[in-house]
Write a protein that binds this ligand. Structure first.
Ligand code: NZQ
Ligand code: ZN
Length: 379
């Protein structure tokens, strides 16, 4: 294993029905003016909005509404939130939603306390922000594990980049599986596949020698596969729903990454696919993963063979990748871009490949031309 320092700053409240009690326990620790941030409408439709506002009011908070955070949140939306937070002198941000709301709020929290433009600050000046409005997350759709870390994926439409920015860690995260019952099954499945992808992207990073982080990772992958199949077959399977919520957190709370350099090449390619098509993150990953792995597995044959044996219970790497693809099909995820309704013309395919970050942790250092080939093969 590589050398590491580990500190974990997010308090977790996990469990069916834990939401109200946990929120009431946390709120008194924060200032009076609370920004309630959420997505495009599900929060009000499900009635959760009213329940949260009642708790905020009961706790003596003034509510500042920040609505309409879209899937694949944009840089413009981040700036809108930061302006609002400054104008209203927000003391605390309560992000309620999936990865998009959580990501957007991490950067709102950061930009609101920063005079410079955060994109320039991080990408041009290469500085790391250190001052944040405190934030808590109530997870209503699991999969990304965004509430566990301080990375955020933001789409800069002007620059045609969907890229990571570093923001705040949440002080706390509430993971109540009951709140995810209203998530459309399509999103439940693509969210859980995102978790599997995070595990794989960590597993195939260096070092490859068998280590405790990767052995835990294999167990998490097996769990995601079993519970994703279970929930796809029966949306009322509360046990599977709750397991998937915790595996989502395990994928991103740093435990699996200890002593590892992660890969995340598939994510980088998918993010740029998202920058050009606004596609669903988990679905994009499902299409790209098997094809990308067929390009790289020969650079880490022993690791891919072990993965095939431990996770998919087949003998060798090629069979493991086939099993991954069969699983994707079995749970109803797309295996081609055309199944997602995406047709890329030559110039767009080239632009996506050229704007994709090449990750140092991938077992095979990809080149732009090969990423282009991957995209072409995924048509
Ligand atoms: O906007 P509303 O109306 O709330 O609907 C949302 C949205 O349409 C809906 N939803 C959420 N909770 C619901 C619900 N519908 C009914 N009932 C509920 N309880 O779900 C839809 C998708 O939500 P979104 O937050 O976009 O999905 P997800 O959690 O998959 O997040 C995707 C974003 O996270 C980024 C992705 O790139 C993408 O932008 N990621 C963030 C990561 C991180 N920070 O660690 C890691 C990931 O790799 C990922 O890149
Ligand atoms: Zn992801």
């Amino acid at each position: 294993m590589n050398r590491f320092d580990y500190e974990y700053p997010v308090r977790i409240h996990f469990g069916q029905g834990c939401f109200e009690e946990s929120l009431k326990k946390e709120l008194p620790k924060y200032g009076k003016t609370v920004m309630l941030a959420y997505g495009g409408g599900s929060l009000k439709r499900t009635g959760l909005y009213d329940r949260i506002v009642a708790i905020l009011t009961e706790t003596g908070k003034t509510v500042v509404d920040f609505a309409g955070i879209m899937p694949n949140p944009t840089y413009v939306k981040v700036q809108e939130g930061a302006r609002l937070a400054r104008e209203q002198k927000v003391d605390f941000i309560l992000a309620v939603g999936g990865g998009s709301v959580s990501d957007c709020c991490k950067i709102v929290s950061t930009q609101a306390r920063l005079d410079a433009d955060i994109w320039d600050y991080e990408y041009t000046a290469h500085k790391t922000p250190a001052d944040f409005i405190p934030m808590g997350v109530i997870v209503t759709a699991s999969g990304t594990g965004s509430e566990q870390n301080n990375g955020a994926v933001i789409t800069n439409e002007e620059k045609k980049q969907k890229s990571p920015l570093w923001g705040c860690f949440a002080d706390f995260a509430i993971l109540d599986p009951d709140l995810t019952r209203t998530v459309p099954m399509r999103q439940v499945i693509s969210g859980a596949f995102d978790t599997l992808s995070h595990c794989m992207e960590t597993y195939f990073g260096n070092p490859h020698a068998t280590n405790v982080s990767d052995e835990i990772n294999e167990a998490i992958q097996r769990n995601v596969i079993a519970n994703l199949k279970a929930i796809a077959a029966n949306p009322d399977d509360d046990h599977a729903r709750s397991e998937l919520m915790w595996t989502s957190a395990m994928g991103e709370n740093g435990i699996l990454k200890l002593g590892k350099q992660t890969d995340f090449q598939c994510h980088m390619l998918e993010h740029q696919l998202g920058a050009y098509t606004d596609c669903n993150h988990g679905q994009g990953l499902a299409v790209l993963h098997p094809t990308l792995y067929r390009h790289i597995y020969q650079s880490a044959p022993e690791k891919f063979n072990r993965w095939a044996q431990e996770v998919w219970l087949v003998q060798n790497a090629e069979d493991g990748i086939d099993a991954l693809e069969d699983f994707i099909r079995e749970v109803g995820l797309p295996t081609t871009l055309s199944e997602m309704g995406i047709t890329l013309d030559e110039a767009t395919r080239r632009a996506i490949a050229e704007s994709t970050i090449i990750t140092p942790g991938c077992c095979k250092q990809m080149k732009t031309d090969e990423l282009y080939e991957v995209l072409k093969e995924c048509e």
